[in-house]
Design a protein around this ligand. Structure first.
Ligand code: OGA
Ligand code: MN
Length: 293
């Protein structure tokens, strides 16, 4: 297995083994897992992707999330991100899927609004856009390390709230439905996620972050905006240009990502599996009371 660094201090391409080998062999899985803990974003090119292979690979990392209410894929282990309708036509302008794609273009980490939140998301490019539609990543571990010591000190014992409806509301007030709101109430986590394998800390915020304990709402939102801007300076990003058959997995504890726009007349069809975090992934310390329950 070869690990080829791609980004500014994080992200790597894995060559020599792929999803098939990792799904079939514990040794290969362990090597991939170590690279994941180290590099936070792993890229696999030209994978012979099928739903079964994506599921088998994903399950090695832990329990799979069930796609949330009102999403394409609800009730299954796949979240489908696409502008293609089941009948093959492309969604018209202003369609809910187009607005969702816009919301995905805000910097975020996946599922911080869920209990449990996500360890990793595994996204396969089934039909990638011919132009645009890239995915950009930043390291929230390097971000943590770059923050002034005094800010780190202030945030290491801070608790932030995350709400799916909050990020959707930035795009359109009606985008999160009543059912989405009632099935996904806001949740809080520590703002610093410590990786138990290497002890490295990461800042845990997202477009979904709607409040910080002990701060006025406006002041908290301003701080989240400032931290997001600090984390996403262009020189700190890895931008992935998709080819069909690419698979990317990222560490939701230690990165943020965003989609980029693509022309509305081009089909794009991506399938995501999401692995839930467990106490072994450092979740216990994110909310000690909850994991003890
Ligand atoms: C995701 C996501 C961005 C993209 O799958 O969680 O945010 O470029 N995707 O599709
Ligand atoms: Mn996402």
């Amino acid at each position: 297995m070869e690990v080829i660094p791609l980004g500014p201090g994080f992200a790597a391409e894995i060559r020599g083994v792929g999803l098939t080998e990792a799904a079939a062999s514990d040794d290969v899985y362990q090597a991939v897992r170590s690279a994941f803990e180290e590099h936070s974003v792993l890229v696999f090119r030209k994978q012979p992707i099928t739903d079964e292979l994506q599921l088998a690979f994903s399950r090695k990392f832990g329990p799979l999330e069930i796609a949330k209410a009102a999403s394409r894929g609800e009730g299954t282990s796949f979240s489908i991100l696409t502008n293609v309708e089941p009948d093959g036509s492309l969604v018209p302008p202003g369609h809910k899927e187009e607005l969702r794609a816009k919301a995905n273009q805000l910097w975020h980490t996946d599922s911080c609004f869920k209990i449990p939140p996500a360890l990793t998301s595994i996204l396969s490019g089934r039909t990638v856009a011919a132009t645009g539609g890239e995915t950009e990543f930043t390291s929230m571990r390097l971000t943590w390390e770059r923050l002034p010591a005094e800010t780190r000190h202030r945030l290491e014992n801070a608790w932030a709230w995350h709400d799916y409806a909050h990020s959707r509301g930035k795009i359109a007030s009606h985008l999160a439905s009543e059912r989405e709101r009632s099935t996904m109430p806001a949740v809080s986590w520590r703002m610093r996620w410590r990786n138990p394998v290497n002890g490295r800390d990461a800042l845990y915020i997202a477009s979904h972050t709607c409040a910080i304990d002990g701060m006025e709402r406006e002041e908290a939102l301003k701080l989240v905006d400032e931290l997001t801007a600090f984390a996403t300076q262009p020189e700190h990003l890895y931008k992935h240009h998709w080819q069909n058959g690419d698979v990317i997995m990222w560490d939701n504890r230690a990165t943020m990502h965003r989609g980029r726009p693509w022309p509305a007349d081009q089909p794009r069809y991506m399938m995501r599996t999401t692995v839930s975090a467990t106490d072994a992934d450092g979740l216990a310390a994110m909310w000690p009371e909850r994991s003890a329950a």
